[in-house]
Design a binder for this molecule. Structure first.
Ligand code: BG6
Length: 300
């Protein structure tokens, strides 16, 4: 069976090759595993909670309606915890949306009636989210559609982000490419600058937002010349690059082993520098695709 639904998760296998598959938890609609020909692409902490008691430390958590913590107290989004409510809500499994010999897609939905009630009580807005996850032999496409329902009485303002944790062999051998020339906001130094380095390298805690990255730029995670992962995107102008390094890893109870910062890097495609605003009845979509590509240098 290409799609198997369990109480807490859904397993999807490629019709033509069961060793290419992904698993998505209903909690957060979080993809917790994505394997191509048996090879795991995503990092998942050994101490990640998969029981709905907290957002998953690994895989692809979904960030909505706010990225990080909104500090402006006059903004209603400031009432929500870091990264919003989608990753802390049980989503509805909507079933298979398409299948072919070499691809299969499923969908999940989230709306206030089923979202985390403690969190929706802090932020009184109507919304409909439909997440489509499509598996092909060499790719996993994740597509989000956000709608401000026509019956809503106000505008919907939100951020969106796919918070992807990629599995790597060794952070000190890893480069992230093709972001040269982007505007950067360093979340640790609280400073803005233009990135002039040909590649991103990691030697300490790293937490930066690369903004206005054009959709024809694709980001690659490269280990000594070998491309481990390629990320393509649509309508997602910002890329957050994050590695907690040693001290921050120690402070995260669900991050184990503590040395695992060497085995992961987050490259997160989203719309986070500005809020998207939808009037009642309007829709927006954003999309990322994790895929395989040869090493490509795209100077900006
Ligand atoms: C990243 C942020 O997206 O998520 C970091 O840029 C943050 O600042 C990280 O530390 C993890 O967040 P959380 O809430 O899952 O611990």
């Amino acid at each position: 069976m290409p799609v198997t639904e369990y109480d807490d998760k859904v397993l999807v296998t490629l019709p033509s090759d069961a060793s290419t598959q992904f698993t998505v938890l209903k909690y957060g609609a979080t993809v917790v595993s994505y394997k191509t020909k048996g090879h795991e692409n995503l990092f998942l902490s050994q101490a990640a909670k998969l029981d709905g008691s907290k957002p998953v430390r690994g895989g692809i958590p979904l960030v909505f309606p706010v990225f990080g913590k909104e500090s402006d107290e006059s903004n209603p989004l400031s009432k929500l915890p870091q990264h919003g409510l989608a990753r802390n809500s049980y989503w509805e499994f909507l079933g298979e949306s398409s299948s072919a010999d070499d691809s299969i897609a499923i969908q999940f939905g989230l709306y206030p009636d089923i979202a985390n009630a403690e969190l929706t009580s802090l932020w009184d807005n109507d919304f409909t989210l439909v997440l489509t996850l499509e598996l092909s032999p060499n790719s996993l496409r994740t597509h989000i559609e956000v709608e401000n329902p026509i019956k809503s009485s106000k505008d919907l303002k939100f951020n969106w982000l796919f918070h992807t944790y990629f599995q790597i062999d060794d952070i000190e051998d890893t480069f992230v490419t093709n972001l040269t020339g982007s505007n950067v906001y360093d979340q640790l130094m609280k400073s803005d600058y233009i990135d002039k380095f040909p590649v991103i390298q990691f030697t300490e805690e790293f937490d930066k937002i690369y903004s206005n990255v054009k959709d024809d730029i694709f980001t690659q995670i490269v280990d000594r010349g070998e491309v481990l992962h390629t990320l393509k995107k649509k309508q997602l102008p910002d890329l957050v690059v994050w590695n907690p390094w040693i001290e921050k890893s120690k402070g995260m109870a669900d991050f184990e082993p503590k040395s695992a910062y060497q085995k992961m890097v987050c490259v997160e495609a989203g719309h986070v520098k500005d809020y998207i605003t939808l009037k009642p009845g309007q829709k927006w979509f954003g999309e990322q695709t994790l895929c395989e590509e040869a090493l490509t240098y795209q100077a900006i």
